[in-house]
Design a protein around this ligand. Structure first.
Ligand code: FES
Length: 126
């Protein structure tokens, strides 16, 4: 489970064009208790960011590096128990955590780079 805080605001993740559209890429910062796992997902030109943590069992979503999407690339899928999530909202629409959401990470595009934003949304953890 990711318990650490996001990297400092302004931390560069990648250029938007480094992501397929649709496509996704994972990022890991820190080690041990300070490890922070997140991913970006791009669809229709928009970039969304979430913690790499399923709200069902708090496992990583990707069984394989950067494999966050269904085969038809229309939804995010958890590789553990196959929960499905909307790309745009992180809402789980099918699986053991239906109705719950992935935890968003605030990012912004500045000077052609996706960066960690200054303010982070509140988490939905219990
Ligand atoms: S850990 Fe993701 S669906 Fe169970």
């Amino acid at each position: 489970m990711t318990e650490s805080v996001a990297p400092p605001p302004g931390t560069v993740l990648c250029k938007p064009d480094a992501l397929d559209d649709p496509g996704a890429k994972g990022f890991t910062f820190g080690h041990g208790a300070d490890r922070f796992d997140m991913f970006l997902v791009r669809k229709d030109g928009a970039v969304h960011a979430y913690l790499n943590e399923c709200p069902h069992a708090h496992a990583r979503l990707d069984n394989w590096p950067d494999k966050f999407l269904t085969l038809d690339e229309t939804r995010i899928v958890c590789g553990v128990h196959a929960a499905l999530f909307e790309i745009e909202s992180g809402l789980c629409t099918s699986g053991p955590c239906t109705g719950r959401r992935l935890t968003p990470v605030a990012v912004e595009v500045i000077d052609g780079e996706v960066r960690i934003a200054a303010s982070q949304p509140a988490t939905n953890r219990p």
